[in-house]
Design a binder for this molecule. Structure first.
Ligand SMILES: C[S@@+](CC[C@H](N)C(=O)[O-])C[C@H]1O[C@@H](n2cnc3c(N)ncnc32)[C@H](O)[C@@H]1O
Length: 345
């Protein structure tokens, strides 16, 4: 399978990527460059295997995917899936294993290291969710995880997802939730300072040298300040710390800390949304959905009118500021269900 099975437009170029199982894996590129996503390209090239279950021996990504889908992975069987912001492929590798077809899309060079490139049922595309090539295809599942807050205007990006779903199909996504302290959260305060003094590369080197020491300092401080919260520590020792949250060894904790600290400090856009704000966007798109309020996960089902939603996408404006008359809230309350502990971001 290749891009011609899905897209009507020819790519600007096709890049052959060396792969072990296949003579050659191909990525069809529809963008000139990575634009604002270049830091993600670097991040995923450096840590291309870190979060892959197939590499780290955990079920972290599998469990996450099942929680987000709110389904066992068998639910994917026979489905055609498009994944936006596929990154290094921690989810793509499962989508490829279970679904019929997966179109993996990423704006950055992460797509060249995506773990699922070698699968025959994967079509890999470097493209921008907001400026996709024309297609004759709609999908059973549109999947987008860890991406939307990194776009300049997340409501527009949410609407753009619905361009790709077929009537009765599913759009499953998350958006990082806005923290209680908003722009006073540690990462928002640290980001401009770090970007002032470091480039991605120099900060990455600094983390290579000191991440383990900083983490160990955090861990050693904990017993002396039993009441001290992770949040408070973030202000003094700003590094991602998954100890006690994810089942990782010490060396894996260091690796994940470096990866997610770089992710947090160098993403150009960081526009988290409140659950109610996303709810208003979905209300405007007139789709029914269920959600997990705690994790800001959303599973929307396109109605038979779903195909028409696409026409609204690029006109999409200020839905965050509009009211939905309470209808969607009531539906949300009825459908929402907690799906348990989630990997913090
Ligand atoms: C935080 S990473 C998440 C990657 C993957 N979904 C995961 O959970 O591991 C966000 C990804 O979205 C991609 N991205 C950002 N803006 C995009 C856009 N406009 N279109 C497509 N991908 C985009 C980035 O390049 C990056 O790989």
């Amino acid at each position: 399978m290749n891009h011609r099975d899905v897209f009507l437009t020819e790519p600007l170029r096709v890049v052959d990527v060396k792969a072990s199982n296949r003579a050659c894996a191909r990525v069809s590129c529809y963008v000139q460059d990575e634009e604002y996503a270049a830091s993600f390209g670097k991040q995923w090239t450096k840590f291309q295997k870190t979060q892959l279950d197939s590499y780290n021996g955990t079920c972290i990504s599998r469990n996450f995917l099942e929680k987000l889908l709110n389904q066992p992975l068998d639910w994917l069987r026979g489905k055609n899936v498009i994944e936006f912001g596929a990154g290094a492929g921690r989810f793509t590798e499962y989508l490829a294993q279970f679904a019929n077809l997966v179109v993996a899309v990423d704006l950055s060079s992460a797509i060249f290291v995506n773990a699922a490139l070698e699968n025959e049922n994967v079509i890999a595309v470097q493209a921008d969710l907001l400026h996709m090539p024309q297609s004759h295809m709609k999908f059973d599942l549109v999947f987008c995880r860890g991406v939307l807050q990194h776009l300049p205007h997340p409501p527009t990006a949410i609407a753009a997802l619905f361009d790709w779903v077929k009537p009765g199909g599913w759009v499953v996504f998350d958006v990082y939730a806005r923290g209680r302290l908003g722009r006073l959260e540690a990462k928002h305060l640290w980001r401009p300072v770090i970007q002032l003094f470091f480039t991605f590369d120099s900060y990455s080197q600094l983390l290579d040298r000191y991440a383990e020491k900083i983490l160990r300092l955090r861990w050693s401080l904990k017993p002396f300040f039993p009441g001290i919260s992770k949040r408070l520590l973030d202000y003094f020792l700003p590094i991602w710390d998954y100890r006690g949250v994810l089942p990782l060894s010490s060396s894996q904790l260091v690796e994940w800390a470096k990866l997610d600290t770089l992710d947090a400090m160098f993403s150009k856009y960081d526009n988290p949304m409140k659950h109610q704000e996303v709810a208003r966007v979905l209300a405007e798109l007139k789709c029914s959905y269920s959600s997990d309020e705690r994790n800001n996960f959303f599973r929307a089902q396109a109605s038979s009118a779903g195909a028409q939603l696409g026409t609204q996408v690029h006109k999409y404006g200020n839905a965050c500021c509009e009211h939905d008359g309470g209808q969607i809230e009531a539906r949300r309350r009825g459908d929402a269900r907690s799906i348990g502990e989630e990997e913090p971001q």
